[in-house]
Ligand binder design. Structure first.
Ligand SMILES: Cc1ncc(COP(=O)(O)O)c(C=O)c1O
Length: 371
């Protein structure tokens, strides 16, 4: 059996999630905006899911806007807040996912002032740098909770307190953190947050933007007024129902999943530490219990990925979206990692189906490939 160690790219749909989705694919087909009984049935499924997703991050259901995924949630956050604000300045973390970085670059091309936060060579944004970047007014500051490549977890509560003092809303991409570590909207102290279903054993193509009710934001897609006018378009009822079920399971099983993942990552860390040819990125920082990014001396990441794939082990060479571009990871570049070392990066991301025997196989294979 091939070994799947790429759970930050996507996860396998949970059979219980599929069960929650199936009726909405094969049975009631009404449009949730229709007032008749067909519509009301579909609306009920969305209401249930909205409650389940809200509970995962500790907000009220009316703070949830369903989107087509984390990418769209991030785009609405950046573009929607900027267009509603008289201040045309954004502050963004350069290690954020491309679906934050690229909208920020596009907005800069269209005339917005975009400032990039400095990060340490482990990808950490310091409180002092953060405060300095907010000494000038900004419409929004965007910084992710957990990095999809290195797994680094930023100290969002501290940064959010600074943002609040400066009166700047903070958007936090929590796509990789949700379901892996506790994520509470109010404890983090953020005003906007993005989530995605397919990273937590839910379906692809559905996510959510979580909003503080005081945030001024405009839609980027106009139309039928769905999602309180913030995200027009007839809802994907089955996917949303699946997201709700996945969110409920992620919360109920959080501790169990986290402990199992931590045990496996400890096993991986112990093995990697015995190999002098390995460089682990963001080493020693607080990281997700499922994610490690490292380079094996003498190997390019893409070549190592292909060799591991040939031997039945699926990993990533960084952000899945960047694979195949031939460019080293923008995250490692922002961290100031030497280009040649960054070219060697691969990412291992664990999920609920992984076993200790699989970690042993990975470590043994890396030993065989070490030069
Ligand atoms: C941190 C982060 N944000 C956003 C996304 C995009 O989410 P989606 O695939 O649901 O659009 C990803 C997916 O890789 C991610 O890792």
């Amino acid at each position: 059996m091939p070994i799947y160690l790429d759970n930050n790219a996507t996860t396998q749909l949970d059979a219980r999630v599929l069960e929650a989705m199936t009726p909405w694919l094969s049975g009631p087909f009404g449009n949730p905006s229709s007032v008749h009984r067909f519509g009301r049935l579909a609306r009920g499924a969305i209401d249930t899911a909205r409650q389940q997703v809200a509970t995962l991050v500790g907000v009220s259901p009316d703070q949830i806007t369903f989107t087509s995924g984390g990418t769209e949630a991030n785009n609405i956050a950046l573009q929607g807040v900027l267009s509603a604000s008289p201040v045309k300045r954004l502050v963004v973390s350069p290690t954020d996912h491309p679906c934050v970085v690229e909208p920020a670059e596009m907005l800069a091309e269209r005339g917005a002032e975009v400032d990039w936060l400095p990060v340490t060579n482990h990808g950490v944004v310091s409180a002092a740098d953060f405060a300095a970047s907010l000494s000038k007014p900004a419409a929004l500051v965007s910084i992710m909770l957990a990095n999809n490549e290195t797994g680094l977890i930023q100290d969002i509560p501290t940064l959010a307190a600074i943002a609040r003092e400066s009166g700047v809303p903070l958007h936090c991409d929590a796509v990789q953190a949700a379901g892996k570590i506790p994520v509470s909207f109010s404890e983090l102290g953020v005003q906007l947050m993005s989530l995605s279903a397919h990273k937590i054993y839910g379906p692809k193509g559905v996510g959510a933007l979580v909003l503080d009710k005081a945030v001024d934001i405009k839609p980027i897609v106009q139309g039928g007024g769905q999602e309180r006018g913030l995200r027009a378009g007839t809802e994907n009822v089955a996917a949303i129902a699946g997201f709700g079920a996945a969110a409920e399971l992620a919360l109920a099983e959080l501790e169990e999943r986290r402990a199992a993942s931590q045990a496996l990552i400890d096993q991986l860390d112990t093995g990697l530490a015995t190999m002098p040819q390995i460089t682990v990125f963001a080493d020693g920082e607080t990281r997700l219990p499922n994610t490690r990014q490292f380079a094996l001396a003498g190997w390019e990441g893409e070549a190592l990925l292909m060799e591991l794939d040939r031997r039945g082990i699926a990993v990533s060479s960084g952000s899945a979206c960047h694979s195949g571009t031939g460019e080293p990871s923008h995250v490692l570049m922002a961290m100031g990692i030497d280009r040649d070392v960054a070219y060697g990066a691969i990412r291992v991301s664990l999920g609920v189906h992984n076993t200790s025997a699989e970690i042993d196989t990975l470590l043994q294979t890396l030993q065989e490939l070490a030069r």
